[in-house]
Design a protein around this ligand. Structure first.
Ligand code: LLP
Length: 421
């Protein structure tokens, strides 16, 4: 459930008509709903209310400071994967003791930044990283809480580009080798082993891969405890999918996911951390765009909109589907016609949807790409020198620009021409 609904024949975000935002801020623009973010975060908390837990929002899904502040103020922790994300989480007011640092290629500078700024836990992804972190922390006189990310070799049954828990993926340490790596971790200075970390992929629509992975984590936790390690936390990653289409095939709910966690690792007495990104923010955002032209082609028509692959990369990159809806509600029984919805970028891949069934639309009409709050703005670029897409947050009947569209002057000012040229 989200807060983008038709009222009086027009699509609104909470109590604000999207057309008003388009008129005041321009298009393309991402629009987020604070009520939806709050609701989705609450669902994960509720799903884990049977145990001590921390829901760490995966900052990579949407790293706008206002979004992070909203979630941080609700008590969310943050899962970060770069120095930049760490800086954002801190700037949004989230204390280091609620930030976990994941990622397969942390640099020494990023590790130092986290140690200096304070960190709840570093999720170690490889032995060289583990040894480097130990040297660094020991040299700084620090002791860093660590979990080791294990790769359970489970098929997450999702898009191959976002599956991470198979042995052929670059992530984590093979679970079969974990005891040996934990033994080394325990012997190294500057590290304090606190838990086990796992993340098997994103946009999971089936709970069985989770069940299989978490059962392996439970077995490993028992073995590690028998080896003498204190395992007090389990970081179970993110990945719960969202409905991208409004049909009857909705993925499992957070409450059902929480139940799988309880059934697989609930008896271990560990604090549970999870790292959902998409499920919290995905359906809390739309990309609002205006039709530039309707171009009638041979055998097919093209609706050319002012959003493009540089603003929302997912369709071009993963063949992902985003529902496209007109902002003016179509009349009941209105005739639909198939159009290819495309952006203005000079690539055929800049196609959002082929043969989308839409009511007649023309130049100046507004459309919304739904489910665009996660991996939308964060993956945007300025390809074709199109200004980085702005973002707006709505709460009730108020809205604010939370990232402004840069002017051409600002864009140009970031480059410099050497004096010898
Ligand atoms: N934790 C770790 C270690 C991750 O790598 C990820 C996502 C998450 C948590 C959050 O997963 P989520 O709950 O959002 O599914 N750009 C792709 C998605 C990439 C996901 C990468 N890792 C997309 O647009 O579908």
């Amino acid at each position: 459930m989200d807060h983008f609904n038709y009222h009086g024949g027009e699509l609104w975000a909470e109590d604000v008509p999207l057309a008003r935002i388009a008129a005041e801020v321009g298009t393309p623009v991402y629009v987020y709903s604070a009520a939806t973010l709050t609701r989705h975060f609450g669902l994960f908390r509720q799903a884990l209310d049977w145990t001590e837990h921390l829901v760490c929002f995966a900052v990579k899904a949407n790293s706008n400071l206002a979004v992070l502040k909203l979630l941080g103020d609700l008590g969310a922790g943050m899962d970060v994967v770069s120095g930049g994300e760490y800086a954002r989480a801190r700037a949004a007011g989230v204390p280091g003791e609620r930030i976990v640092f994941s990622g397969v290629g942390k640099t020494l500078a990023e590790m130092r930044q986290a140690i200096e700024g304070g960190i709840r836990q570093v999720n170690i992804e490889s032995e060289p990283e583990m040894r480097a972190l130990s040297d660094l922390a020991a040299g700084m006189g620090a002791e860093v809480p660590v979990a080791i990310r294990v790769n359970p070799d489970v098929d997450a049954k999702t898009h191959e580009k976002i599956a991470t828990g198979k042995s052929e993926n670059k992530f984590g340490i093979p679970i079969a080798k974990a005891r040996q790596v934990y033994a080394e971790a325990a012997s190294l200075p500057g590290l304090r082993v606190v838990g086990v970390d796992v993340h098997i992929g994103s946009q999971l629509t089936d709970l069985e891969p989770y069940r299989a992975a978490y059962a392996k984590v439970a077995e490993l936790t028992r073995a590690l405890r028998a080896d003498g390690h204190v395992i007090s936390r389990l970081d179970l990653g993110g990945g719960l999918g969202i409905p991208y289409r409004r049909d009857n095939n909705a993925p499992p709910l957070p409450i059902e996911y929480g139940q799988v966690i309880r059934e697989t690792v609930g008896d271990l007495g560990c604090e549970i951390e999870i790292e959902p990104g998409r499920n919290i923010v995905g359906n809390a955002g739309v990309l609002l765009s205006r039709v530039i032209w309707l171009k009638e082609g041979e055998g097919r028509d093209f609706l050319i909109v002012d959003a493009a692959m540089n603003d929302l990369l997912r369709p071009a990159m993963y063949g992902a589907h985003h529902d496209i809806v007109p902002v003016v509600e179509p009349e009941l029984g209105a005739a639909l016609r198939p159009v290819d919805v495309v952006g203005p970028v000079c690539e055929s891949g800049d196609t959002f949807q082929k043969a989308a069934e839409l009511p007649p639309l023309g130049a100046g009409d507004l459309v919304a790409f739904r489910s665009a709050g996660a991996y939308g703005a964060v993956m945007a670029s300025e390809y074709n020198s199109r200004p980085l897409v702005p973002e707006v947050l709505v709460r009730g009947d108020q809205f604010a620009v939370i990232r402004a569209r840069p002017t051409f002057e600002e864009m140009l000012a970031r480059d410099s021409i050497p004096e010898w040229l």
